[in-house]
Write a protein that binds this ligand. Sequence first.
Ligand code: ZN
Ligand code: ZN
Length: 343
Amino acid sequence: MKVYLLPQNGKFYKANLHSHSTLSDGKWTIEEMKEKYKAQGYSIIAYTDHHVFLTHNDLADEDFLPLNGYEIDISEDKPWSRYIKTCHFCLIALDRDRTVQNIYHNSVYIDRNADKVDLAKDRAPITRRYDPEFISALMQEAREDGFFVTYNHPVWSLESAEECFRYHGMHAMEIVNYSSYVTGHEERNSNLYDAMLHSGEDIYCIAADDNHDVYPIGHPKCDSFGGFTMIKAEKLEYGAVTQALLDGHFYASEGPEIHELYYDSDDNRVHIKTTEAVRILMTTGNRYNNAKTAERKGETVTETSFKLEQPDTDYVRFIVRDREGKEAYTHAYRVSEIRAAGK
Ligand SMILES: [Zn+2]
Ligand SMILES: [Zn+2]
């Protein structure tokens, strides 16, 4: 019996789940972003301008879906220095018709968009405090209030693994943040993702651009089109796509694509089909990993399978690396759940 870890039905839609437009500190208007991302094969952009929750449903068309969101940041309360730690997270509304912004603080971006934002009348602005309990409570509240919560760019934020372990309430963390990467940070958080899973968090991983588009397309510091999430949904509709996010029907990527991922209880193996890869890895975050590497230098593989044989393995996840060193990452799948579904 086959258990599809990425759903068998539906269609993959290319998504950028973290972006900034001229409504905050980005250089492209929301319309320009739509046009330029569509030209690169994207179907979905989550507009997550800083501090202010705005809706962009008018941008939707047959081939394009805007998701509505915003990004919150909470920094250490110290005089500015290059060592200040900060915590950023994005909130993406699950419901297309959601307009009210409950969690907000005083911000120039709210003032600038005062005619468009729908601030909760019965809520005062929050006073930001860089404290894991306070931040976790906000993540939890946002989650219960109908948002998909992603934790952003820990490397750029100067947050250590120990600090990340104290955040509870996110749905996903950024395994890749391309803007941070192009500005010189090793913002690939594959090992940290394992550490978060081992610390007990049941979370997904996404890749996103966090584009501000200060540099033009083609410039080495252009921060668009480098980190994306492939979402498999029944159709390109708001509710179907946000449900796919909640259900984990997606993978993160810098380039490689994953066409199929399923467990077959008949051979007790997970099967994966991809675009041309030099290496496909099944990691457990423990010592018993497995990898399929191309036989010879210059060659590639596009499918393989891995036996689920270690009885005490908590989870498996899959990493696909292409010739350019770009990677795709699935989120972690609990082995007990995979096996139970295959019975
Ligand atoms: Zn940020
Ligand atoms: Zn951002």
